[in-house]
Design a protein. Structure first.
Length: 509
């Protein structure tokens, strides 16, 4: 058996060398270069100007450097912090750096691409497997926002999806203790990182047991290792009444989320519509719906053909994801962009790549998805130039930081989308904390806003409130809608303009 395995391995390596030196190899080199070009363009474009979501991750990395470990993201009962920990070495080497922070999701994207290829070799065969990796590297469009910026756990999502599928396939091949145990450990780590992994992990587990019942003999190895991987999740939830499970979706909420998945979320995911703008890729609503219906029909046809084959795992996982998509509440009200389908994109690449059985088809498919991504990225950037109800963060906070320094204010209350970006850009020299500004009281002339129950990091809140002097920062565009501003003015707070921001400083400033 060992000799047979060695011969198969040599044969595979020989085939890979031939592929690398063939026209297929040239195609994949060009695909890799195109994906890099798209990422560089996205990185330098206004689409990836850092916001407070990304800055919050960076702040957590800074705190992790000094031993402050968090099971989940600040102020939340979900979202594991593995990407935070992965960014710590970069901060040690290069200091607090946006590039060091973003290298984590970028490198994880590369790893996910390689894992997709490995999964494809076991499910759809070559050269379709390599095409699937190329598809994921070039498409879908919204991945370039989610996997170039550090968004917390989306990059690790796609890695864990591909890795769990690969491990399940390996268990079916040989259900020994090492492979079964490794699957359990990775499942535990993935579960701690994000509940979005559940549809794929559940599908992989059921499919593996169905295909290879002998794996159950080693379940005694997998279960404790899964518990070990999920240990931070378990410990935190035991101490917090299992708050991570408090989704409590209603039937109406679930139905609404399911409808949003059908449209517009999935059309935006595959690029038939542009995220944010909902602009059609082709200039016809009828043609868009016909293309969409055709894709669904091809999916059903492919699933029927894949019955009994390893590729059936891919289709089953997509269907289970669709059925469970509406359980988290957030999926019922986010419809401007396909944030929660990022985790599905490795499977979409593998399913679509099955049509690329010949070189000409592969070329056409890769060119098509490159065009879809480029057009949609351009349309998203155009959308940024249109005035929005909530302003977009500027690339530089220098005018605001300079104004606060001149006023001697290093502790301020602000909108969420201002606060944590300000903290990150100043390396916490200035401490800003979010507030909803629902009310305000005054103590010795100092304005104290009503407590915000949703504040992400309580130590910031306490520090700003305890400061002898603190100010307020608002968006210039929306300051008139902030209810406490008239009270600030009545008590002598002075207005100062700072680019797109307005600072209200206490009278002594």
């Amino acid at each position: 058996m060992v000799a047979v395995a060695e011969r198969l391995q040599r044969l595979q390596l020989t085939n890979l060398r031939r592929l690398a030196l063939s026209r297929w190899g040239a195609l994949f080199v060009l695909t890799g270069a195109a994906g890099i070009a798209l990422r560089v363009w996205t990185y330098r474009s206004p689409l990836t100007i850092p916001n407070s979501d990304e800055a919050l991750v960076g702040l957590m990395v800074r705190h992790a450097q000094h031993g402050e470990f968090s099971t989940f993201f600040w102020g939340r009962a979900y979202g594991g912090t593995q990407e935070v920990l992965l960014a710590v070495p970069g901060f040690w080497l290069f200091g607090t750096s946006l590039l060091a922070l973003r290298m984590v999701p970028i490198v994880l994207s590369v790893i996910a691409t390689l894992l997709i290829w490995r999964v494809g070799r076991r499910t759809i065969g070559e050269p379709a497997a390599a095409v699937a990796a190329g598809l994921f590297w070039l498409w879908p469009p919204f991945n370039f926002l989610q996997l170039v910026r550090e968004q917390g756990f989306y990059a690790s999502d796609v890695v864990y999806v591909a890795l769990l599928l690969l491990l399940a396939l390996r268990v079916v091949e040989r259900p020994d203790r090492i492979r079964v145990g490794l699957f359990g450990l990775v499942f535990g780590l993935a579960f701690w990182q994000t509940a979005q992994i559940i549809p794929f992990a559940a599908t992989a587990i059921v499919w593996t047991i169905w295909k290879q019942p002998r794996c159950l003999r080693n379940i005694w190895v997998a279960v404790p290792l899964a518990a070990l991987g999920a240990l931070p999740w378990l410990v935190w939830n035991i101490g917090h009444h299992f708050e991570s499970l408090s989704q409590n979706p209603g039937w109406q909420t679930y139905k609404h989320a399911a409808r949003l998945l059908v449209s517009p979320v999935m059309p935006m995911t595959v690029g038939l519509r542009a995220p944010y703008t909902h602009a059609l890729f082709v200039p016809s609503a009828l043609l868009t719906w016909l293309l969409y219906a055709g894709l669904v029909a091809l999916f059903v046809y492919g699933w029927i053909k894949a019955r009994g084959r390893p590729a059936g795992l891919l289709y089953a996982a997509v269907v289970v994801f669709a059925l469970l998509y509406g359980l988290p509440r957030k999926t019922s009200f986010i419809s401007a962009y396909p944030q929660y389908t990022t985790v599905l994109t490795p499977l979409l690449a593998l399913v679509v790549a099955q049509v690329a059985t010949k070189y000409a088809r592969a070329v056409a498919l890769l060119v098509l998805v490159f065009a879809i991504t480029a057009v949609n990225l351009h349309r998203m950037q155009v959308w940024l130039k249109v005035p929005q109800p909530l302003p977009n963060a500027p690339r530089s906070y220098s005018p605001l930081i300079s104004t606060l320094d001149q006023l001697g204010l290093d502790r301020v209350y602000a909108d969420y989308w201002i606060a944590y970006r300000l903290d990150f850009d100043t390396r916490e020299r200035i401490i800003a904390v979010e507030n909803q500004f629902s009310g305000v009281r005054f103590v010795d002339g100092q304005a104290i806003p009503s407590p915000d129950p949703e504040v992400r990091y309580r130590p910031y809140d306490r520090e700003v409130e305890a400061a002898p002097r603190h100010g307020f920062v608002f968006w210039r565009q929306t300051v008139r809608s902030v209810s406490i501003v008239p009270a600030l003015v009545q008590h002598g707070y002075v207005r100062h303009l700072a680019g797109p921001f307005v600072v209200y400083a206490p009278p002594s400033a």
